[in-house]
Design a protein around this ligand. Structure first.
Ligand SMILES: [Fe+2]
Length: 290
């Protein structure tokens, strides 16, 4: 494999230029890139990929089964309108509408700190987002390295957090981030609610990371509401300190892959509808966090 690999921040993230996945989306190159991604702490940017949706899916399956794959679970019903009509594995993010006035994707997706699908018993591992159309400036995505955040805590704080578990619930985002008529009430019935350790261990690297996020985490199990809010409030302020962040400025045709098990992200919505932004995401189903 012959390409240019650059580090994005110390110990977190890499970017690659000079490869063409269209030639080998399902082959050895893709398998090698899974290793590059792991070595980069689960944050990889691959520039200049002119992938079709089929090629994006074929590449993504190297990371694991996808939400929406045959015989696998889909994402929550509320976002079903944003799934690609021809490819159930693809979730669309867009600020545009089609000729009938239907949105061509979720507008303003992820404008809060979160880890994708953390409200499921088996949350997302990799998210693989393809920027097919991006504004000249604006619409950056910010990533926060939760393994580095965990490691920088004091030993006393690590000890205090070790036995704690928190509830993650799609309802937290549904009530605050989605317009009322869009939310499918069935999504609140329990299938999108899960209890996870606050500190999880990565199954491949063995590294520990913080695993709570303001987008989906409702409260710490067994704590009074104000106690939970105080601890989570500290963690939310702490875990997005500048030294833990990488801010991605999108170029058209970027393929950005992050590991939701160890990274939170935030989509900055500082662009307008006259600046088209269209992205497609494949989301890899992970394991139950431990
Ligand atoms: Fe997201």
């Amino acid at each position: 494999m012959d390409y240019e690999l650059h580090s994005l921040t110390p110990g977190f993230g890499a970017e690659i230029s000079g490869i063409d996945l269209t030639a080998d989306a399902g082959g050895n190159l893709a398998a090698d890139l899974v290793g590059v991604w792991r070595d980069a702490g689960g944050m990889l940017v691959i520039h200049d990929q002119d992938l079709s949706s089929e090629q994006h899916i074929a590449f993504s399956r190297h990371f694991g089964p996808l939400f929406g794959d045959p015989n696998e679970v889909p994402l929550q019903d509320t976002v079903s309108r944003y799934i690609h009509p021809d490819f159930p594995e693809i979730y669309r993010v867009s600020n545009q509408v089609d000729a009938d006035g239907e949105p061509t994707g979720r507008k303003g997706a992820g404008t809060y700190w979160h880890s994708d699908v953390s409200f499921r018993d088996r949350p997302a591992q990799a998210s693989i987002l393809h920027g097919k159309r991006v504004p000249p400036t604006g619409g950056d995505t910010i990533f926060a390295n939760q393994a580095a955040a965990y490691e920088a805590l004091s030993d006393s704080m690590k000890e205090m957090l070790a036995p704690l578990q928190a509830w993650h619930d799609f309802e937290v985002a549904a009530r605050t981030q989605y317009a009322k008529p869009v939310v499918v009430e069935d999504d609140m019935a329990g299938a999108n609610r899960a209890l996870h350790p606050i500190v999880r261990t990565h199954p491949e690297s063995g590294r520990k990371s913080l695993f709570v996020n303001p987008g989906f985490t409702s409260h710490i199990d067994g704590f009074a509401g104000d106690e939970s809010a105080a601890i989570l409030g500290f963690l939310y302020d702490y875990c997005i300190r500048p030294e833990f962040l990488y801010r991605h400025r999108w170029r058209e045709k970027d393929l950005v892959i992050w590991d939701n098990r160890a990274i939170m992200h935030f989509a900055v919505m500082n662009y307008t509808d006259d600046q088209p932004r269209y992205m497609e995401r494949c989301t890899v189903i992970g394991e139950r966090p431990v």
